[in-house]
Design a protein around this ligand. Structure first.
Ligand code: TXA
Ligand code: MG
Length: 347
């Protein structure tokens, strides 16, 4: 049975409850904890048996490596073969925060964590409960996002309960996560460094510190307008249960396309959802219309994405039309997750 505790602040009661679940980590168990990005499903990064439990709880393929979480920069030394000077620069500027650095691993990192690679991703989260939890556990914490594999990452306690209650030793429930998308992942073993996953720390911000930074083709190839539609290729990442498709065009075109599409289902027993924005919601009159937030605030939209996708699931929506979002430095991470959730299908 999963032990569930709710911690709002690190007062005396909160600290005591946290001590109890941190003790479970020392015993080789799994514990879900909040971070500023999304909830994480953690275990002792030095304990291969504990790490295996993460993969089982999530249903995660074991060739997908885990991020190791620390609560101070000094803890990184023993986890890696060496800290490249540029990695040190990024730590000084962005840690604690939503940035994961891939470096060559040390012998202390088991193959279960790195999925057999000779590198490891490390992150120092900017969340008081995460930091206190890691300190109390007394070891680095290996943790992927706390969702069942293929589901949208959990940004609220109820998402964690939906996916993992009964499958982990303990769950720490707290406030909704602040950022709502997973951390930026950057490969520091490459020169120049390469962004493997966009996140709240933007490519422009990284370039301000390092100068040249590349972005992996996996990220760019599907967002560059020239290379649209590959409908056959259904990725399962972050997917809602309903069939999600991205609608491209100008604001007026998007509105028309969606209204036309929705009208074709009129009278049919199919539940349709529309993922719009505060500014465009008024254009639609049928279907379940949900706003991601204001277009003027891409970070608000990012924060809401995964929970909105889960809301469509809860409402039993079978077909979802999502408005496309203009691509820029601030929206790259949001677009990356949205397109993946849609399996790169566009109309
Ligand atoms: O914000 C986050 O990063 C959250 C919170 C819990 O910290 N964690 C998270 O973990 O999103 P996960 O496992 O869901 O995503 C980690 C990503 C995966 O895409 C994985 O393939 C990549 O980072 N990754 C991890 N280690 C890597 C490595 N050594 N080389 C390349 N990619 C790696
Ligand atoms: Mg994940």
């Amino acid at each position: 049975k999963t032990k569930i505790i709710a911690i709002e602040s690190l007062d005396e009661t909160g600290l005591k409850a946290l001590e109890e679940v941190a003790a479970l980590i020392k015993k080789g168990e799994t514990v879900v904890f909040p971070t500023e990005t999304v909830y994480g499903l953690g275990a002792n990064a030095f304990d291969p048996e504990a790490v295996k439990k993460i993969f089982i709880a999530k249903g995660r393929p074991n060739d997908n490596p885990l991020i190791v979480h620390v609560s101070e920069i000094a803890a990184v030394d023993c986890l890696v073969a060496g800290i490249p000077p540029k990695a040190k620069q990024l730590m000084d500027v962005f840690w604690p925060g939503p940035l994961t650095l891939i470096m060559e691993k040390s012998a202390l990192i088991p193959a279960e964590v790195s999925a057999g690679l000779n590198t490891v991703g490390i992150r120092f989260p900017d969340h008081p409960i995460a930091q206190a939890f890691i300190k109390m556990a007394g070891c680095p914490i290996a943790a992927p996002s706390a969702n069942r594999s293929g589901r949208p990452s959990p940004t609220q306690g109820k998402h964690v309960l939906e996916d993992l209650d009964g499958r982990v030793a303990a769950i720490i429930l707290s406030a909704d996560t602040e950022i709502g998308l997973e951390s930026t992942v950057i490969d520091m073993t490459a020169e120049p460094p390469v962004v493997l996953r966009p996140g709240d720390v933007t490519v422009a911000e990284l370039r301000e510190v390092l100068g040249e930074v590349l972005v992996s083709a996996n990220v760019t190839e599907n967002v560059v307008p020239a290379k649209v539609s590959s409908p056959g290729m259904k990725y399962t990442h972050y997917s809602p249960k309903g069939d999600l498709v991205i609608v491209k065009g100008t604001t007026t075109e998007i509105c028309e396309k969606i209204n036309n599409a929705v009208s074709r289902y009129r009278g049919k027993p199919l539940s349709i959802g529309i993922l719009a924005s505060d500014e465009t919601m008024g254009c639609y009159h049928e279907g379940l219309i949900i706003s991601l937030g204001s277009q003027k605030d891409p970070r608000e939209m990012a924060k809401n994405l995964f929970s909105r996708l889960r809301t469509f699931d809860e409402l039993g929506v079978e077909k979802i039309y999502a408005e496309d979002i203009p691509l820029n430095n601030e929206t790259l991470a949001l677009i990356n997750r949205l397109y993946k959730a849609a399996g790169y299908t566009f109309i």
